[in-house]
Ligand binder design. Structure first.
Ligand code: SAM
Ligand code: SF4
Length: 328
């Protein structure tokens, strides 16, 4: 799959559900209306769509959400997609999770061919963690991480950098990740979806954070380009990688290699743009995959050159859908 700017699309992020057992302040409102079940693709349909992408040259699939591990029967999908790893058609099957169900699934994930996972942890303080997630229990996530380690999964922690909330914890997080052998990625908040708070209050520039961290840690640039908005350094004192995801302050779009599929079969060609292509109708419309393949080809022609994140003066997001729809 090559788009009109010559970028090769080899990475699909798949949101398998819009539901979640947490309600992180920056991601969801307290009261969320979730999608009716009939609109959501079945696990078989998700498998079929993902397999079409693999056939078209996608080498990496990341399952996300919402919370992927709260989708009923999710391991059936993971196991089924694992067959593409076994044949060599897929390089990597991974997922981004809040960790609440990891203790239950870590070993099975490994068994299905998953080797690395991203786990979101915004605070190492149990009270603050409960506050930001509205319903999360840090101890449960810690048990999940221990199970993942035990299963031999490589772990990367994702932390959303929030002004006035966790900016005093980054040193602690870097040290903690170093001790446990985890990589860490700090993420700038993105203006997506109506949430209850006032966004411009939460935004923290990661260039400022990096400058501050450099007073305490030795950060050496590493060149690995993931085709995404993350830039990595190695922390000399811990030997671990530290990533900065800065979609608001840097352009990374020239090397973008990814598209995003929602659990309703909508394909978003860019995280920061509204344009999308419906794959559910062609998928449900025929048993063969020709119509889906044609729709994906049309989507490639429409992938935009770059994103368009802006928060207006009233704090309204430029992208009205929630992050839990496309999964980040
Ligand atoms: N529930 C899983 C989790 O929390 O890891 C997967 C889905 S979640 C939408 C994926 C990532 O997006 C998480 O690391 C989360 O912290 C991040 N995220 C959610 N809303 C965001 C926002 N408005 N700006 C930046 N990152 C956000
Ligand atoms: Fe759920 Fe992840 Fe969004 Fe938090 S960031 S509400 S865990 S989907």
């Amino acid at each position: 799959m090559i788009d009109r700017f010559g970028r090769q699309i080899t990475y699909v992020r798949v949101s398998v559900t819009d539901r979640c057992d947490f309600r992180c302040h920056y991601c969801m409102a307290e009261q969320m209306t979730f999608l009716p079940k009939a609109d959501v693709l079945s696990l078989e349909e998700l498998d079929r769509l993902c397999s079409v992408f693999v056939r078209l040259g996608v080498r990496k699939l990341r399952l996300t959400g919402g919370e992927p591990l709260v989708r009923r029967g999710i391991m059936t999908l993971v196991r089924s997609l694992g067959r593409h790893l076994a044949t060599g058609a897929l390089d990597e099957l991974t997922l981004t999770t809040n960790g609440s169900q990891l203790a239950r699934y870590a070993h099975e994930l490994r068994d299905c061919g998953v080797r690395r996972i991203n786990v979101s942890v915004d605070s190492l303080d149990a009270l603050k963690f409960a506050g930001i997630t509205r319903r999360g229990v840090l101890g449960q996530v810690m048990e999940g991480l221990a199970a993942a380690e035990d299963a031999g999964l490589k772990i990367k922690i994702n932390t959303v950098a929030l002004k006035g909330f966790n900016e005093d914890e980054f040193d602690h997080l870097i040290g903690w990740c170093g001790e446990r052998g985890y990589d860490l990625t700090l993420i700038e908040t993105m203006p997506m979806g109506d949430i209850d708070g006032y966004r411009t209050d939460q935004y923290l520039s990661l260039s400022d954070v990096r400058a501050r961290l450099e007073r305490r840690w030795t950060l050496a640039d590493v060149s690995d380009d993931t085709g995404g908005p993350a830039r990595y350094v190695r922390v000399a004192e811990t030997g671990r990688r530290l990533g900065f995801i800065t979609p608001m302050t840097h352009t990374f779009c020239e090397s973008c290699n990814r598209v995003r599929l929602t659990c309703t079969g909508t394909l978003y060609m860019c995280l920061g743009q509204e344009d999308s292509v419906d794959l559910r109708a062609p998928l449900r419309g025929s048993e063969g995959d020709a119509a889906v393949i044609a729709a994906i080809a049309g989507a490639m022609d429409r992938k935009p050159r770059g994103h368009d994140f802006v928060v207006d003066r009233l704090g309204r997001p430029a992208v009205p859908r929630h992050m839990s729809v496309t999964g980040g």
